[in-house]
Design a protein around this ligand. Structure first.
Ligand code: M6R
Length: 592
């Protein structure tokens, strides 16, 4: 995780480094730091906490054309001043910021200690700075030192480097963690993704694994294993320009309310003039596949569970795997199996590991479903389908989930040549818009449960998957302990946890399971829990808490999830939490 930025050139460096880091805070926000080269001297400013705290640390006028910055999600060592990036090498030759995890850092640290190096932090990053220094002392070349270091260091890294004796150039290296160079006018930039550079650059260079190089004001040179490489240029994704709050108090609220327009945009992109316009070869592969297996994490995993249901409903065998499990216990079920990797960010390390494993076999096609054009997962899969949901900034994923489910619904329909899907999705938007209109009712429910210590989410069938996502969202941003169960499973153990006034949120969108789940509601009520039921009209009774319009249960679950997104939002708001940046989390989980 962590976000890194770098700049070399005439542009207002202070502004770029600070604002760039602010835009990358979704990657981690435990601490922040900046290093600049000013009058041939490297100055380091570091704070524990959010990027805005750096503002008062850094003089308002700095005279520099070279700087690097970092916002941290702690992996090695607590969020403390000694562990803040940038880190420097013992003799101060190298100052670096790093995103990634060095697997063999302890081993390297021990051997450097034997050579007399000392360490002043608990991070793996400080080890990289000292390996660079050690190698530089042998080779007398920064680029050779980086190349050697890449061979010594195992693990993931995107690093930006300032070398003490070079005030005109920035150095970099990348393996597994994302890194992008922005090409500007008399200034060049570097960052973990395009966001910090989006207002100043239209042209970017994707840095590939094991590449490293040097960036000057006018010139960029990329190498791999000592050999000069051709730059791989990409252009600006205009959607990234729309990242303002637009009058909303929080990105999460804005993003929930963007859901109907995201769904319409998906349809505009994939269903034109009565025809699906997915990659035809991809649809053919899906048509002939016997088995469709999903791999994902977190909210994207929950969306994939719905995808599995869609695939099974058209007669395909289907599985869903948590990426961090599949990576260690890979399973290939069938020769005609296709893998769908679902990831909002397209940079989730666990999912990337799985994709690499599948690619190594060269036997199974892969599809990435992602919101991020140009991301590692998008680039490295056989096929990809973008979500077009616009940048999702709140750490708690909302609109991306609804876009993922809608895209999977469209895919399923394209496989069976069902041309009604887009109309159904657009009609379903009416249900979603009605929920948006009635969000104050959900706020009232939130007010009743905001002080709970434990909460439970119940459902059966698709509603169980809704419950899983609702429960994840609540715990993520409200910090209330919450669990989701299939209604029938309660009496096999979890019901022991029900106490007087425990809130239980139940979902009913399908009449086939309505009676059974109501039985489960009664069981918890009998133990003095308070049930809040979110049901569709045809399944409603007078005591239900929130009644939604009727719709095809395969899609109305989008509404049920939306109610749970609002619920989490309002509970977190009433508890005074930092909604868009909940504790301990990061938006893009780029470490395994
Ligand atoms: O970017 P991805 O969809 O691959 O991210 C997967 C999870 O890290 C993510 O969904 C996480 O669970 C969210 N914070 C949920 O709100």
């Amino acid at each position: 995780m962590c976000g890194i930025v770098g700049i070399v050139g005439n542009h207002d460096s202070r502004n770029y480094l600070l604002n760039g880091l602010k835009s990358l805070e979704y990657r981690g926000y435990d601490s922040a730091g900046i290093a600049i080269m000013e009058n041939q001297e490297i100055k380091n400013y570091r704070v524990v906490g959010r990027v805005h705290l750096l503002d008062s640390e850094i003089p308002s006028l700095i005279n520099t054309s070279l700087g690097i910055g970092h916002t941290r999600w702690a992996t090695h060592g607590a969020p403390s001043k000694r562990n803040c990036h940038p880190h420097k090498s013992n003799d101060g030759l190298f100052t670096i910021v790093h995103n990634g995890v060095i697997e063999n850092f302890q081993e390297i640290k021990n051997s450097l200690r034997e050579k007399g190096y000392e360490f002043y932090s608990d991070t793996d990053t400080e080890v990289i700075a000292n390996v660079l220094e050690d190698e530089y002392k042998k080779t007398n070349s920064v680029l050779d030192a980086i190349n050697n270091a890449l061979k010594i260091i195992h693990g993931s890294l995107a690093i930006a480097i300032i070398f003490k004796n070079d005030s005109e150039n920035l150095y970099f290296a990348k393996r597994k963690s994302p890194l992008l160079i922005g090409v500007g006018d008399k200034t060049n930039y570097l960052a973990s993704d395009a966001l910090p550079m989006i207002k100043t650059c239209v042209k970017f260079i994707d840095i590939l694994d094991n590449q490293y190089g040097i960036i000057g004001e006018h010139d960029i040179k990329i190498y791999q294993d000592g050999v000069k490489q051709k730059a791989k240029y990409t252009t600006r994704n205009a959607e990234l320009l729309n990242i303002d709050l637009g009058g909303y108090p929080h990105y999460m609220l804005k993003e929930i309310e963007e859901i109907p327009s995201c769904i319409s945009r998906l349809i505009d992109n994939y269903f034109i003039n009565g025809k699906y316009c997915f990659n035809e070869e991809m649809i053919e592969k899906l048509k002939t596949a016997k088995c469709v297996s999903f791999i994902a994490c977190g909210t994207s995993y929950h969306a994939s569970l719905i995808g599995k249901h869609y695939m099974e409903s058209i007669g395909k065998m289907s599985n869903v795997y948590i990426a961090s499990e599949w990576a260690y216990f890979p399973k290939f079920i069938d020769e005609d199996e296709i893998f769908i990797l679902v990831s909002q960010s397209g940079e989730t390390a666990d999912v990337i590991t799985c994709l690499k494993k599948i690619n190594e076999f060269k036997t199974h096609p892969t599809i990435t479903i992602t919101n991020t054009k140009g991301s590692t997962l998008e680039r490295d899969a056989t096929y990809s389908a973008l979500l077009y949901a616009g940048v999702e900034i709140a750490v708690a994923s909302t609109k991306a989930y609804n876009a993922q489910v809608s895209l999977l619904y469209l895919l399923k329909s394209a496989i069976i040549d069902d041309y009604n899907a887009s109309k159904k999705l657009l009609d379903n938007n009416i249900l979603l818009n009605n929920i948006i209109e009635r969000k104050d009712e959900i706020k009232e429910i939130a007010n009743k449960v905001k002080d709970a210590h434990n909460a439970f989410f119940l459902g059966r069938g698709l509603d169980y998957f809704v419950a899983m996502e609702g429960s994840l969202k609540l715990k993520e941003i409200s910090y209330i302990h919450s669990e989701a169960f299939p209604g029938g499973e309660l009496k096999h153990g979890p019901i022991a946890l029900i106490e007087e006034n425990t809130p239980v949120f139940g979902f009913i969108s399908n009449k086939d399971i309505a009676l059974a789940i109501r039985g489960n509601f009664s069981e918890v009520k009998a133990r003095k829990a308070i049930v809040y039921s979110f049901v569709t009209k045809e399944n409603a009774i007078s005591t239900d808490t929130f009644v939604m319009d009727d719709f095809d249960p395969d899609l109305s679950i989008l509404g049920s999830v939306m109610t749970s997104q609002y619920l989490s939002y309002y509970v977190a708001l009433l508890r005074g939490n930092d909604i868009d940046k909940p504790r301990n989390l990061a938006k893009s989980v780029t470490v395994e």
